[in-house]
Design a protein around this ligand. Structure first.
Ligand SMILES: Nc1ncnc2c1ncn2[C@@H]1O[C@H](COP(=O)(O)OP(=O)(O)O)[C@@H](O)[C@H]1O
Ligand SMILES: [Mg+2]
Length: 353
């Protein structure tokens, strides 16, 4: 079902491709907490632009500053420095905010309400008329898999079900820009897939999507670009195709070999690592740039290529390298909160643009 089809009071998607829907420049946020007003630098000089119709993944481990950034973007808290524009206007401009659908990290609802009531309230706030509400609310609940629960109080809802109510609520105004903070959190694998599929559908409809996550595989296929945060700073950002550098990557090759002499000859090609030989075949791993040389050598030796798989750098690996700094002696383990106050070590990778 196309949720744009149940829209009436709100405008259709109007931002043109290439328009900056969200522009963040030198954003920083310092919290002062405790009696002594100890400073926590939650965001450090983050800049990026999200164009109409594109999907941006905002990634980073817990405590890296995702939610704080989102609150600054939406004008829910004041940044310490920098600027945010939504649809070319200040994010405090009500007409710009009306075009945004926000899913908070922990959606909170009065638990005596039913999903239909929550959505009805949200739709009234957005100025939807009675007829539009009557059509749109059941359609949205159906879309997020809560059609059967429309009249049940939220009291008995699981975290996953509440998340779906939050998702439906964020779509009630038929928003052009979605700002979803960890939409898959609390969902089981099927729920995660459903949310991912919904995001794909919303993207196909031409909506602009800003989505945060600390689980990279959830977003890898979805995003046009990513910003990877570590301790409040963007340690990598840009188009995924540029960040996932294929030229540095490896390929895995299965070769049919006539004998051990052929295996030795193949192993002599630069950067080849030979796996186990079995049933007249051997599996090799090599730098992708050496595939041509390997193919030539294989032909000379009467060997033949059976399979060739480029081993693509996954977003997960990129994240490990950039956000967690594994392999350079530093970094927190996955899911651990890196203290926002800690200084960024020398050697932090250059921020890509
Ligand atoms: N209201 C606040 N007061 C003080 N520190 C805060 C506040 N909100 C967030 N922080 C700190 O800012 C950092 C970033 O938090 P947050 O934006 O919630 O990260 P994420 O969403 O990536 O998990 C953390 O160190 C967190 O403890
Ligand atoms: Mg968060």
């Amino acid at each position: 079902m196309d949720i744009t089809a149940v829209s009436d009071a709100t405008p259709a998607v109007v931002a043109d491709a290439g328009d900056a829907v969200l522009h963040v420049e030198h954003l920083s946020k310092v919290f002062r907490s405790g009696l002594r007003g100890k400073a926590v630098q939650a965001i450090r000089d983050v800049s990026f632009t999200l164009e109409a119709g594109k999907t941006l993944g905002y990634l980073g481990p817990n405590g890296s500053g995702k939610t704080t950034s989102i609150k600054c973007i939406l004008g829910l808290i004041a940044p310490t420095g920098g600027q945010v524009t939504l649809f070319g206007r200040s994010q405090r401009d009500a007409s710009a905010r009306a075009r945004v659908g926000y899913l908070p990290e922990h959606p909170y609802f009065y638990d005596y309400l039913k999903p239909g009531e929550v959505l009805d309230y949200a739709a009234r706030l957005c100025g939807l008329g009675r007829a539009a509400r009557r059509e749109r609310i059941p359609a949205l609940l159906e879309k997020v898999g809560l059609a059967d629960a429309i009249d049940r109080p939220l009291r008995g809802f699981s975290k996953g079900m509440l998340q779906r109510v939050g998702i439906a609520q964020s779509l009630v105004n038929d928003p052009e820009l979605l700002v979803w903070d960890e939409p898959m959190s609390g969902l089981d694998p099927i729920g995660r897939k459903e949310v991912r599929d919904l995001l794909f559908e919303l993207r196909r409809q031409g909506r602009t999507i800003f989505v945060s996550s600390h689980i990279l595989s959830d977003l890898e296929q979805l995003c046009d670009s990513v910003v990877i945060l570590r301790r409040g700073a963007a340690v990598a950002q840009g188009a995924l195709r540029d960040l996932l550098r294929r030229d540095l990557l490896e390929s895995e090759v299965l070769v049919g070999v006539p004998g051990d002499a052929a295996i030795e000859a193949l192993a002599a090609v630069e950067s080849v690592v030979v796996g186990e030989a079995r049933d007249g075949t051997v599996r090799l791993v090599l730098a992708s740039g050496q595939v041509g040389a390997l193919t030539l050598r294989a032909a000379e030796m009467g060997a033949h290529l059976i399979e060739l798989h480029p081993r693509r750098d996954s977003l997960e690996q990129l994240f490990m390298r950039k956000a967690l700094h594994l392999g350079d002696g530093g970094g927190a383990g996955p899911g651990e909160a890196a203290p926002a106050t800690a200084a960024v070590e020398p050697g932090t990778e250059e921020v890509h643009r």
